[in-house]
Design a protein around this ligand. Structure first.
Ligand SMILES: Cc1cc2nc3c(=O)[nH]c(=O)nc-3n(C[C@H](O)[C@H](O)[C@H](O)COP(=O)(O)OP(=O)(O)OC[C@H]3O[C@@H](n4cnc5c(N)ncnc54)[C@H](O)[C@@H]3O)c2cc1C
Length: 402
């Protein structure tokens, strides 16, 4: 006989694991199905990082994982956005926002391991891992799930946290809009001659943006994310380290001095994938399964974590303990996420398009845009609150303690 749950989460990546950790104290019976073995990678000076904003830190605190993550976090106290060959610069600082930090750069490994450790310590989630969702059937009262290993279970609510190529979307024939940016992000780490002083830099070049963010506790260590046209990725990945460093320095400029050491490189092809729906009968979509964004504004996981906060809020409402898959609750989730999702996804896409365009007229406009951003207080405030994750209708878990 099938095991019966209130909630089945498909996907235990950063978003699904956050949700499982967040729902563990709820009293709901939760199962998590994850295809890959639990995160096991070890620390390294050049490991991949994710920048989280103020709202995400609040959510992590509410999930009970921030204290464990804080020792691994590099604090971002300011940002500096510029365009190669132009004087216009936009700067944001934590002091202007009245906060101690704009955000934090954290190893992906640390986030994954901490969330899984929290979930295991709470001991409430039934794990199916490694196990892959193979097929499903939506009934009136529950969703029946079949796993590739022959196992099966049922849940009143299925939450798809299974990434940009969501199997749940595919099985339910939920459409998505995909835009291939014909770019890849080359991600690595560098040690720089000058200290970053907690500043996250983003510099737009005719070939795409290059970003350097504080990394770990060393004053001279940075994550480097270099957006690269698809046609040039293989060549850049094959460059000798000294050649890569010379080109990256030329693109980034001299603000942090020479790059003195380079880490391993990884390339990630970039596309935007927007699910046509955030809900289907007895199903919700969260994280990359709902929307997968270009990393230019470092918003993808931050947005996904606000999806998680919204689900926790909705499932905490009266009646959810009786049946958490009823349409009324799913509609509330969808309504609460629409504005934040559209604004952040639209903003991110506009940045990619405006700054990837080589038309000479646009260069001048970009320059004016950066200047305006720096000089016009209301515009600057609006962009800053958005980047902090507090721009509009954000879930309560993200606003607490603001
Ligand atoms: C280069 C780069 C840099 C980025 N930097 C940032 C940043 O600084 N800040 C930020 O906020 N965001 C950033 N992002 C975005 C961020 O990485 C993603 O938004 C986030 O990791 C998505 O997490 P997820 O859990 O939704 O999806 P995923 O990480 O894709 O996880 C999906 C999980 O589902 C599992 N799964 C899939 N199918 C099945 C199945 N059938 N059965 C069971 N399990 C299944 C997979 O194994 C996987 O573990 C960046 C992205 C890129 C590419």
């Amino acid at each position: 006989m099938n095991q019966a749950f209130d909630v089945a989460i498909v996907g235990g990546g950063l978003v699904g694991a956050s949700l499982a950790a967040g729902l563990a104290p709820s009293g709901l019976r939760v199962a998590l199905i994850e295809a890959a073995a639990p995160p096991a990678s070890t620390p390294g000076w050049d490991e991949r990082c994710i920048a989280i904003n103020h709202a995400s830190r609040q959510i992590f605190a509410a999930l009970g994982v921030w204290d464990a993550l804080a020792p691994e976090a590099a604090t971002i106290v300011s940002t500096h956005i510029s365009e190669q060959g132009r004087f216009g610069v936009a700067r944001f600082s934590a002091a202007e926002a009245g906060l101690e930090a704009l955000g934090y750069n954290l190893p992906l490994r640390a986030i994954g391991q901490t969330l899984w450790a929290r979930m295991l310590a709470l001991g409430k989630t039934q794990l199916h891992c490694p196990a892959r969702l193979e097929s499903l059937e939506v009934g009136d009262a529950a969703v029946e799930l079949q796993l590739a290993d022959g196992g099966s279970l049922s849940a009143r609510l299925l939450i798809a946290a299974d990434g940009a190529g969501s199997r749940v979307r595919e099985l339910l024939a939920v459409g998505s809009e995909r835009r291939d940016y014909a770019q890849s992000a080359i991600v690595t780490a560098v040690r720089t001659r000058r200290p970053h002083r907690g500043c996250a830099y983003e510099r737009f070049t005719p070939d795409g943006p290059i970003a350097l963010l504080p990394k770990g506790r060393e004053p001279n260590r940075c994550s480097l994310v270099w957006t690269t046209p698809a046609a040039e990725v293989d060549a850049r990945m094959a460059w000798r380290d000294d050649v890569f460093i010379a080109h990256a320095e030329a693109a980034f400029g001299e603000r942090l001095g020479e790059f003195v050491e380079l880490g391993r490189r990884q390339a990630h092809p970039l596309a935007r994938v927007m699910s046509d729906q955030l809900r289907a009968p007895r199903v919700l979509f969260v994280g990359n399964a709902a929307q997968s964004l270009h990393p230019v504004a470092a918003q993808g996981f931050n947005l996904g974590l606000r999806d998680v906060a919204a689900v926790i809020e909705v499932l905490g409402m009266p009646g959810a303990e009786l049946d958490c898959g009823v349409d009324e609750l799913l509609q509330r989730y969808e309504a609460s996420r629409r504005e934040d999702r559209e604004r952040v996804a639209g903003f991110t896409d506009r940045i990619v398009r405006v700054f990837s365009n080589r038309l000479p007229g646009l260069r001048g406009l970009r320059h004016l845009g950066l200047l305006a951003l720096d000089l016009a207080p209301p515009l600057k405030q609006a962009v800053m609150w958005q980047n902090l994750g507090l721009g509009g209708s954000t879930p309560a878990l993200a606003r607490n303690g603001r």
